[in-house]
Design a protein around this ligand. Structure first.
Ligand SMILES: [Zn+2]
Length: 244
């Protein structure tokens, strides 16, 4: 779907449904960019330890409720949908980004390869978002079970993914980053672990399409590459069309 039509359909979706979520006490743009502390935001709740690998992780309340319904259903089929990562704010994402950025620099020194900031950013962007551009800021998106593609080729991983493909939609979840083969989807590589609670996240996607610009991404290494890499168009909006 061309970018223009994505934008038009998102704007009309927003106008049709008046789907405006109140993000107070945070302005929508700060919310979208993860410039807040989830533990202090009234819409967020702590994920009970039994569901999460990391203790003290947060999600939006309605997202956690939907997740628990899905978790219970999966458990009846002998599948445990452990949350590996949930809400990450700007500072958290910045720490991930900066760590990867400095590792790349180190590797390139060893390999004596000349690397531009753009190629470095593109390497990280295969799987990780720039700070301010991650759907994990929104409290609507979760990573399940394992962060490696290879895991989902194992017997156990395959069973989990097949279950999610078949049933996650019934609980409101969609796989955001589907395969790019035979698809015009841009952005991150396929992530079989990343699922989004679509009833809420589609509202934030629509808001992001309107409010965010590539020049908004500042305050971390390599941020000046955001406009040339078209972060909003190719990454934030580079999602499975079922998630819009
Ligand atoms: Zn993720």
């Amino acid at each position: 779907m061309p970018y223009f039509w994505i934008l038009i359909s998102l704007i009309s979706f927003k106008m049709d449904t008046k789907a405006i979520l109140n993000t107070e006490p945070i302005a929508m743009k700060d919310y979208l960019m993860g410039r807040f502390e989830p533990s202090k935001h009234p819409d967020f709740v702590r994920i009970p330890d039994q569901y999460s690998e990391k203790k003290g992780a947060f999600l939006r309340k309605e997202v956690l409720e939907a997740f628990i319904r899905m978790y219970e259903a999966a458990l009846k089929d002998n599948i445990t949908l452990t949350i590996v990562s949930a809400t990450r704010n700007f500072d958290y994402q910045k720490a991930i980004w900066e760590r990867k950025w400095s590792e790349l620099k180190y590797k390139d020194k060893l390999n004596k390869q000349a690397t531009t900031d753009q190629t470095k950013a593109l390497t990280i962007l295969r799987y990780s978002a720039m700070p301010g551009a991650s759907r994990h800021h929104w409290g609507t998106d979760i990573d399940l079970c394992n962060l490696n593609s290879a895991y989902f080729n194992t017997k156990k991983g395959k069973r989990i993914y097949e279950w999610l493909q078949r049933y996650a939609g019934q609980y409101g979840f969609c796989q955001t980053y589907t395969s790019k083969k035979n698809s015009d989807r841009t952005g991150y590589n396929q992530e079989k672990w990343h699922w989004s609670y679509q009833p809420t996240s589609r509202v934030f996607t629509a808001e992001a399409a309107i409010l965010l610009q590539d020049t908004d991404f500042t305050g971390f290494s390599g941020c000046e590459t955001a406009p040339e890499l078209q972060i909003v168009k190719k990454y934030i909006l580079g999602i499975n069309k079922d998630c819009f």
